[in-house]
Design a protein around this ligand. Structure first.
Ligand code: TXD
Length: 316
């Protein structure tokens, strides 16, 4: 029996992620969007592509959460995207409201699922979702590190003129200006990139990674990146539905790892059928550790703002 993956939000990231999941033959898909007809229309269109893409995975779309029944993974992409000049934090309140309205439906209809948050500001929305579900934190995670690492991998491969397949990268921390790319653990066929590129070049690539989202937003003018984000979420879905035990960076709740506690932050995890099966602690140099702590501190400040919002919401 094929598994079912639910995607909430049938916009750019959600619909493209659905397409990736279907075309990789990973699972059936249930697509939900608040806009009447949007998820159903995209699901029908994607279904009609199935004979051409040569797969038998099913996709249904609805504005109703009933179709979530039986989903083993739920991906939440619903929310506003950044407009030029807007920071991820500007989105906090608007998207906390949206996430606050969605998660109770997820809990009702897919009580045993593993939840992957995509909505920005990513670390805070993952925290809000975890709070609202009350689930074990191994079942709630956010997608950002896979995307940030993919961007760095692409920039390094392009700079060196080598295949992207040869490049691995590790990006830790919050999804935002404080993200922590780790050049020592960024390798080309096993060779640290620090051995292959002058440090000024490397610094420029890291800065471009940090600004990766904004660079796309600036070009698109309306909306934000979605092809690479959709592939990143699909990779996480794949690791779970195929129990691949991949080591991928994900935003998870830390309980002492890296010296950080009760904060949501991007770190490498082993991802498999049970969700976050292990938080992997890699040795960090002093300055890498302090950059991660600073990133976690920025997330913590936003978590406090979200707490106030959640309290208000609960008492309203
Ligand atoms: O790395 C990452 N985590 C990210 C995050 C990378 C790219 C995009 N990132 C964030 O994902 C972005 O900042 C947004 O917060 C979300 C979704 O981005 P997308 O580009 O897909 O936005 P769209 O195209 O506007 O789609 C959002 C959809 C749209 O169809 C709305 O009708 C729907 O979300 N929506 C809802 N669906 C269900 N329920 C509710 N309440 C709802 N509200 C909006």
């Amino acid at each position: 029996m094929r598994q079912k993956v639910a995607i909430i939000g049938a916009g750019n990231v959600g619909a493209t992620c659905a397409q990736r999941i279907l075309e990789r033959r990973l699972a059936d898909v249930a697509l939900v969007d608040v806009v009447e007809g949007l998820a159903a229309g995209k699901a029908l269109d994607l279904s009609e592509a199935a004979p051409l893409e040569n797969h038998d995975c099913r996709i249904t779309g609805s504005a109703n959460y009933d179709i979530l029944q039986g989903a083993t993974v739920v991906v939440v992409t619903a929310g506003l995207a950044r407009k030029p000049g807007m920071s991820r934090s500007d989105l906090l309140e608007a998207n906390a409201k949206i996430v606050g309205s969605i998660i109770p439906n997820v809990v009702t209809h897919s009580p045993d699922a593993i939840l992957i948050m995509v909505t920005n500001p990513l670390d805070i929305m993952t925290y809000c979702a975890w709070r609202i579900t009350g689930w074990d934190s191994r079942r709630v995670m956010g997608m950002a590190g896979v995307l940030d690492s993919a961007r760095l991998r692409f920039f390094v491969a392009e700079k060196l003129g080598v295949s992207v397949k040869e490049v691995q990268a590790l990006v830790l921390g919050g999804h935002g200006d404080s993200m922590v790319p780790v050049p020592r653990y960024t390798t080309v066929a096993g060779v640290p990139v620090t051995e292959l590129l002058p440090s000024a070049d490397l610094r420029a690539l890291i800065q471009r990674t940090r600004d990766g989202g904004a660079e796309v937003v600036k070009l698109l003018k309306t909306g934000s990146a979605f092809y690479a984000p959709a592939s990143s979420a699909a990779d996480m879905v794949q690791a779970i539905v195929r129990d691949e035990k991949r080591l991928l960076p994900a935003c998870v709740r830390l309980s002492g790892q890296y010296g950080l506690k009760d904060v949501f932050c991007g770190v490498p995890v082993r991802l498999g059928a049970a969700g976050v099966e292990q938080i992997v602690e890699v040795p960090l140099a002093a300055e890498e550790k302090s950059a991660l702590a600073a990133s976690a501190k920025a997330v913590r400040a936003d978590m406090d703002a979200a707490d106030a919002f959640l309290k208000q919401h609960a008492s309203a």
